[in-house]
Write a protein that binds this ligand. Structure first.
Ligand SMILES: Nc1ncnc2c1ncn2[C@@H]1O[C@H](COP(=O)(O)OP(=O)(O)OP(=O)(O)O)[C@@H](O)[C@H]1O
Length: 216
């Protein structure tokens, strides 16, 4: 089975090691929940993995990376920017094509914000902004997802729905989650990070929330 082998992952800030060295394998088809307390190194690890996977992955960064001045449509369209030529992207900036409008409107409908299609990202709430970043990742249609706390600003039912959408669409995913119950419900494998090292790595089906609480 194909997948990804990560070897010798390290990260340091100001000469201080905050990650690794870490080596592990992610198999195709796995949905990995990355858990651990604040400052453990989850965001840094997600960034390292994204660098290694290059354009093979869709990314939902913690900061979301939206362009405030642009409407929601264009922020979502950015997920496919590198899949089109300059001419197509320039025309889309001024007069988007129907097929893209229809596809992005359908995604926003699933995410409960279809009426925001032409609203600038600056005018959205935190939860709406998070859903736009999720739509951008889904629109990219990469086989692999890397996401850093993608549901932190969503209410219970929407958070559940988004996790279901993400695990249904992406063949493989690695998602940093502070909600341990959500990780157990939607992921197949849990990797626990403590002080930049892997302190736990087990199938979700073999774990309870209490098993994970030792990391906190
Ligand atoms: N740009 C930076 N400069 C200096 N130190 C940093 C920087 N980014 C992260 N760190 C440090 O690296 C360590 C890991 O941070 P990271 O953001 O990866 O943790 P995290 O597990 O994602 O935390 P959280 O759950 O709060 O987002 C922390 O000690 C943090 O202070």
């Amino acid at each position: 089975m194909s997948g990804f082998d990560f070897n010798g992952l390290t990260a340091s800030f100001d000469g201080e090691r905050v990650i690794g060295p870490l080596s592990f394998r992610i198999n195709e088809g796995e949905h990995v929940g990355l858990v651990g307390k604040s400052g453990a190194g989850k965001s840094t690890l997600i960034r390292l993995l994204y660098d290694r996977l290059d354009s093979q992955a869709s990314l939902v960064p913690q900061g979301l990376g939206l362009v405030n001045a642009l409407p929601v449509f264009h922020n979502v369209f950015m997920g496919q920017l590198d899949q089109h030529g300059t001419w197509y992207n320039t025309v889309t900036l001024i007069r988007p094509f129907r097929r893209d409008k229809d596809a992005i409107r359908a995604l926003l409908t699933e995410l409960g914000i279809p009426e925001k299609l032409w609203i600038p990202a600056a005018a959205l709430s935190g939860g709406q902004r998070q859903r736009v970043a999720i739509a951008r990742a889904l629109y990219r249609q990469a086989p692999t997802l890397l996401a850093d706390e993608p549901i932190s600003a969503l209410d219970g039912p929407m958070a559940q729905q988004v996790m279901t959408m993400l695990t249904n669409q992406f063949t493989t995913s690695i998602v940093a989650l502070h909600d341990v119950e959500m990780a157990l419900a939607h992921c197949t494998r849990i990797i626990g990070i403590q002080d930049g090292q892997i302190a736990l790595d087990q199938p979700a089906s073999e774990l309870t929330a209490a098993d994970i609480s030792v990391l906190y």
